[in-house]
Design a binder for this molecule. Structure first.
Ligand SMILES: [Zn+2]
Length: 126
């Protein structure tokens, strides 16, 4: 919805001090309108939720909850300009296969975590 066609992108898994590894990446770019509408909607939810919680509870600690939780969602939506369809890449350090769940909205470069050697390579598009 609101996304353009899926395209294969030349991508690299980058980790400082190690040679970069090529990765297979298929994604679609969210249209600026879809992205702006989603971000604006979440932003309104975030502001409204925080204000409503404070108005109802007058409790700054309870207010902090939606403030940070929805804030994190807004931040991810703001960063998520691309939707991943397929990803295949290996850790530059240990060669362990890295995963990005299909359907995830990401920005680029995107941080990855290797569960084998616990380093944090980045996924970068060429
Ligand atoms: Zn690794």
């Amino acid at each position: 919805m609101g996304a353009s066609a899926v395209q294969a992108v030349t991508a690299w898994v980058v980790l400082g001090g190690h040679p970069s590894r090529p990765a297979l990446l298929e994604l679609s770019r969210l249209s600026p309108w879809a992205w702006a509408a989603r971000t604006a909607g979440l932003l309104a939810l975030w502001a409204g939720g925080s204000i409503a919680t404070f108005a109802l509870t007058f409790d700054p600690f309870l207010t902090a909850l939606p403030f940070f939780m929805v804030g994190a969602v807004v931040w991810r939506a703001f960063r998520g300009r691309y939707r991943v369809y397929a990803f295949r890449g290996d850790c530059p350090r240990c060669g362990h296969a890295l995963t990005v769940k299909p359907g995830t909205a990401i920005g680029l470069p995107h941080p990855l975590v290797c569960y084998q050697c616990h380093h944090e390579p980045r996924l970068a598009a060429a």
